[in-house]
Write a new protein. Sequence first.
Length: 123
Amino acid sequence: MPAPFLALFVAAWLPWVSGCLPLAGREARLGTSSYGCMRRVLAEKLPVAANDAQTHCLAAGLIARYCSPSEGWLAVVGKEARDVVWPGDADVRDISAGREGLRCAKGRADDRTIEICCAQAAR
């Protein structure tokens, strides 16, 4: 994805994703700031995943659970934007996997059910 298009995409969606709307029945927030919450989720809650798609799915789903769905989406888009601007492996499939993780987080009772959902989605 060309960098100017991605920058425009992020600028258009940033106001929408910046709101922190909680998931119903989610766990206690792991950080006061969006960045702090995302970092703690990745450091403390993200298990070792089987493949890249499953890792992206789990990261987005767990961030949605412990931070908020909008912060989960922000993490998905932000990670790929960073990979476009700085050396990285930008891939539109990672955005799809992240979107699946957000879907998996809705209505799931615990981390394990999100993990199972992401394993099924990554097939």
